[in-house]
Design a protein around this ligand. Structure first.
Ligand code: IMP
Ligand code: MG
Length: 192
């Protein structure tokens, strides 16, 4: 990452350990038949791929896509699904809803509401890679998270993007943001 001032917050090994811990806490919550694992596309893609491989065999996977972010680092539109799972994977099923980060909470509130109210899920359990409670705008908590940050960090990598980029970084970085909330470009002199 050369373009923006940043620091690494979790390396590959730390991410792997955090996911081991999350899977351990999650497994007892998923006891019983008919679990459908549903990542929120696209941010949860990498996290979910690594998490489901730590969960017992037999679950079904399906996908929901909800978009809230435009070009800024703050939510600027309402959360709405534009890709929804196959109804037979949700109706009457225990859904494990996964996202990269629980920030304002709007995305997961809408995803959970949609699965329960519009698609008839029996139960929704929420697992996120990162819990960032400081910007919560609606009342929602994850059933389990891998890491929690109490500072208002803008994170990229391991699935999280800035304007669509950096999802494929294998570690998690925090971008330094300026007064406008936007990442600060890196200059030749910066050491950050
Ligand atoms: P929420 O609806 O505000 O809880 O935000 C959830 C969505 O916003 C996530 O699925 C992310 O795509 C995006 N998001 C929130 N915080 C960050 C961040 O720090 N970096 C990148 N994306 C973020
Ligand atoms: Mg996302």
């Amino acid at each position: 990452m050369k373009r923006y001032r940043h620091r690494t917050v979790l390396g590959e090994e730390e991410l792997s350990e955090a996911l081991d811990g999350l899977a351990e806490r999650l497994i007892p919550m998923l006891a019983g038949p008919e679990v459908t694992a549903i990542p929120v596309l696209g941010g949860a893609m990498i996290f979910a791929a690594d998490l489901v491989r730590r969960l017992p065999a037999g679950l079904v996977m399906d996908f929901i896509r909800i978009q809230t972010y435009g070009g800024s680092t703050s939510p600027e539109k309402a959360a709405k699904p534009d890709w929804t799972p196959n109804p037979e994977n949700v109706k009457g099923k225990h859904c494990l809803l996964m996202d990269d980060i629980l920030d304002t909470g709007r995305t997961l509130t809408e995803a959970r509401r949609y699965l329960l109210e519009e698609m008839g899920a029996a139960k929704v359990t929420i697992a996120v890679l990162i819990d960032k409670p400081v910007r919560r705008a609606v009342s929602i908590e994850a059933d389990a998270f891998a890491v929690q940050y109490l500072e208002d960090l803008f994170l990229v990598g391991y699935g999280l993007d800035y304007r669509g980029h950096y999802r494929n970084l294998p570690h998690l970085l925090a971008l330094e943001t300026g007064d406008d909330g936007l990442p600060v470009p890196r200059t030749a002199e910066s050491s950050f």
